[in-house]
Design a protein. Structure first.
Length: 480
């Protein structure tokens, strides 16, 4: 009963200062709000998210055709090529209007719009002279810098303020279009070598010297139509043998190059999700980082509160009177730990609740585990707070030790800067802080398919930090 009496007394001391309690709860929310507005849309996004290849499909395709992809629009061929390319993140956007809005607001560096006649233009690409196209007209899609996307009916929506990111996406699109268009053109040209029209053209141009004098003769004209066809087939076969490292009739890149499967993993096709709007951009990915980070960091600001509580009672002589009472050292320490622990848990749950309600943060697929992480984080925070209180003798010392400790540990652990943006060596060093383990637990819970074993391990480590800090404080603390 004595423990609960002490706990109730200290809890009343902690909460009777209403202004301090409000500041303790609202200051982290204000920090998150200001940083969320200041850091902008790019914070928390990985490079492949910002440099994704966004595409809009307006391609009307072609009637069923005996080409390399019967009945399949050429847009689908290009999209398949992009998604098979390692490291490429392809994002189809439903409409041109949405794409224009995203580019205008700077949320996409560049969007490729495949217009209605894209398939027709790709299908007409050819190395051949128009005379060999059976009345059609060929398209030359190449120019000095590679593939002329405008000649293929691809419109580029570009944000001029993100020139570097846009240029990278352009190069990705260039390579993919080259892999699609070039084999198609080579295959059509090679097929034509065995065609009667080509052999007839050769018959009128191939001249050899006559054995009877200096006059020229055209020997192919003396051949029958069947023999001319055999000549064309023979030339085609000879070229195929000469260039046997390639299949010149393939009409697609894999078969043209006789490529084996790439050792690099393929890309990804991601679903388009409308971007959060409004001043706060509720639900933006940056809040999935900021809310847990500052929930953890401000949990350890309890160092200052607990330190001031102990030094104040030491200065007023309260600890001496408690020591003279029929109370054990353990009862006094536990009685003071309980209210601090309760306040820390309330603060953690309040901040995570505010993160969901105000900033649109998600709690993941296992929200029932969040209180466990809060409880274990609070255990480590309270243990460290009591340790500082056992060392500091005055309020000034509490302010200096506590502030320095909170800021240094926050910087090392990844609360102030995302840990995946820190050097590898620093990421390993951060493991010495309880903050880093708390962040690991939160980040794992917020994944689409979290590994719950990692969450429980992190919680166990946090509990060990709390017990270790408390044991050390027990050894160092003087109740006088």
């Amino acid at each position: 009963m004595a423990i609960w009496t002490l706990a109730r007394k200290d809890l009343r001391v902690l909460v009777r200062d209403t202004r301090a309690a409000i500041i303790l709860l609202t200051m982290p929310v204000i920090f998150i709000l200001v940083l969320g507005l200041a850091l902008g849309e790019g914070f928390g996004q990985k490079p492949d998210d910002r440099l994704r290849v966004s595409i809009v499909n307006e391609d009307e395709g072609l009637p069923p055709d005996p080409g390399p992809y019967p009945g399949k629009p050429w847009f689908e061929v290009v999209k398949d090529d992009l998604t098979k390319t390692g490291g490429i993140n392809v994002e189809p956007i439903p409409t041109r209007a949405e794409a224009e809005d995203l580019v205008r607001r700077g949320k996409r560096a560049l969007v490729l719009v495949f217009t209605a006649d894209f398939s027709r233009r790709v299908h007409s690409c050819s190395f051949l002279d128009d005379r060999f196209l059976n009345g059609g007209k060929g398209t030359n899609p190449f120019f000095r810098d590679g593939v002329d996307v405008r000649a293929l009916g691809v419109e580029v929506l570009e944000d001029p303020k993100q020139a570097l990111a846009a240029s990278i996406i352009k190069q990705v699109a260039q390579v993919s279009l080259l892999r699609v268009v070039m084999p198609w053109m080579i295959g059509k040209a090679f097929d034509k070598i065995g065609d009667k029209q080509f052999v007839d053209e050769m018959s009128s141009r191939v001249e050899v010297s006559s054995p009877f004098g200096a006059t020229k003769m055209k020997p192919l004209r003396a051949l029958s139509e069947k023999q001319r066809g055999e000549v064309g087939t023979g030339i085609q076969a000879s070229l195929g043998e000469l260039l046997s490292k390639y299949d010149l009739q393939a009409k697609n890149w894999e078969n043209l190059t006789r490529a084996t499967s790439s050792s690099e993993g393929g890309g990804a096709l991601t679903d388009y999700k409308p971007e959060p709007s409004g001043l706060l951009s509720r639900g933006a990915i940056r809040y999935q980082i900021l809310v847990p980070s500052y929930t953890v960091m401000f949990a350890f600001f309890l160092v200052l509160t607990v330190g001031w509580l102990f030094t104040s009672e030491r200065r007023q002589g309260t600890l001496m009177r408690l020591r003279a009472a029929p109370l054990t050292r353990a009862e006094i320490l536990i009685g003071k730990l309980i209210p601090c622990y309760v306040v820390s848990i309330i603060q953690g749950l309040f901040l995570l609740g505010a993160g969901k309600l105000i900033f649109g943060m998600t709690w993941g697929s296992h929200p029932w585990l969040i209180p466990l992480v809060v409880a274990c984080t609070s255990m480590a925070a309270v243990g460290l707070s009591v340790l500082v209180a056992s060392i500091a003798r005055t309020e000034s010392q509490v302010s200096i030790y506590g502030s320095l400790l909170v800021l240094v540990l926050g910087g090392i652990s990844g609360c102030l800067m995302p840990r995946d943006q820190m050097p590898e060596q620093m990421q390993q060093i951060s493991r010495i802080t309880p903050h880093a383990w708390a962040l690991d637990a939160y980040q794992e819970l917020l994944l689409p398919n979290p590994q719950l074993g990692n969450v429980f391990v992190a919680c166990g480590v946090l509990a060990l930090f709390g017990l270790g800090f408390t044991a050390l404080a027990w050894w160092l603390m003087r109740l006088d």
